[in-house]
Design a protein around this ligand. Structure first.
Ligand code: SF4
Ligand code: MG
Length: 317
């Protein structure tokens, strides 16, 4: 039975350490157990900020965060601990997220030591099991992160993230820093683990062909808001929001039949600052079909048939 998880972030919240950046605004995401929600959008649109707020690596200074309907905004780190172990994160650059002075076996054991009452022997057994699951060799446990390739380091990051049997794993550009040949191996590993361990993923990436391959549903973000959400194939084949259309038109298509080429929609202008977003529809300065109404009236996310939600006054649906 599918279990629905709903993450809502009301109002605005901030991130980036001491610099306050209102990067995400009124976002609500629903992820079903065992599925992958792909989160896409240009860099700077708030994807990573949203992900980090979901696992509470950033503090929310203004706004609310709900998990399974419960308001967890004001919870202390201690109170969040039982929930924290159910939400884990895999980062883009494993060499930045793994302490270089610790042996990788130790790095994978750390969450087990913090969050469980397992004995040292049990922890060693679990670490050996995790190394096997992610495709690392038993004698790798005594090595240091720098002795590994990028792909192996990401396997360590993944072993750490799944050590506590989480429900949800947020993958923030997990393969963007890797060679193309290694990317496929890691994507396949993630798919295997999802199947075996019934994991739920939020997969953040700017490479849309990877996202299309792995996602059940897609959420397209622009300037801190989700502008379109729906089943991955439907969003990719018939995007309804002008921004999704432009984003998806830029993905090269491998055509097996002749005559299936697509027109590429080029967007002009830079992504405006989320601190000073445009009036009305935030996309209006760059939208090829903007009307007067778009400059003053902000479109609300509206539900359509087929599980699609679009925030646009003139969607193609
Ligand atoms: Fe374009 Fe208007 Fe739709 Fe915004 S609301 S995406 S400006 S058509
Ligand atoms: Mg990012």
């Amino acid at each position: 039975r599918a279990l629905m998880k709903r993450f809502s972030i009301g109002s605005r919240f901030s991130a980036e350490g001491r610099r306050t950046v209102h990067a995400v605004d009124n976002v609500s995401l629903t992820v079903r157990r065992g599925e992958t929600l792909g989160l896409v959008g240009e860099s700077g649109c708030g994807k990573s900020t949203l992900a980090r707020c979901l696992v509470r690596l950033y503090d929310i200074t203004d706004g609310k965060l709900f998990f399974e309907g419960e308001d967890i905004t004001g919870r202390s780190l201690n109170a969040l601990r039982p929930m924290r172990r159910r939400l884990q994160m895999v980062f883009q650059d494993p060499s930045a997220s793994l302490n270089p002075r610790r042996r990788v076996g130790d790095l994978v054991a750390e969450p087990l030591r913090i969050h469980t009452k397992l004995s040292a022997a049990e922890i060693n057994r679990r670490v050996a099991e995790l190394f096997d699951i992610v495709g690392l060799l038993p004698d790798h446990v005594t090595r240091y992160p720098h002795e590994f390739s990028g792909g192996q380091r990401q396997r360590v990051g993944i072993a750490r993230a799944i050590a506590l049997n989480p429900d949800l794993v947020v993958l923030d550009e997990p393969v963007s820093a890797l060679d193309v040949s290694v990317q496929a191996q890691i994507v396949n590993l993630l798919a295997d683990l999802q199947e075996k361990l019934n994991l739920t993923y939020i997969f953040i990436a700017h490479d849309l062909s990877v996202v299309r391959q792995v996602s059940t549903r897609i959420a397209v973000m622009y300037l801190g808001s989700v502008v379109e959400e729906g089943p991955a194939e439907a969003v990719f084949s018939t995007p309804a929001h002008p921004y999704s259309q432009a984003l998806i038109s830029a993905v090269p298509v491998v055509e097996t039949t002749p005559g299936g080429s697509r027109r590429r929609i080029l967007l002009t202008g830079d992504v405006p600052s989320p601190l000073n977003p445009p009036s009305g529809c935030r996309f209006h300065p760059r939208c090829p079909i903007a009307q007067d109404r778009c400059r003053t009236e902000r479109p609300e996310p509206t539900a359509y048939d087929g599980g699609r939600k679009v925030a646009c006054h003139f969607p193609t649906i």
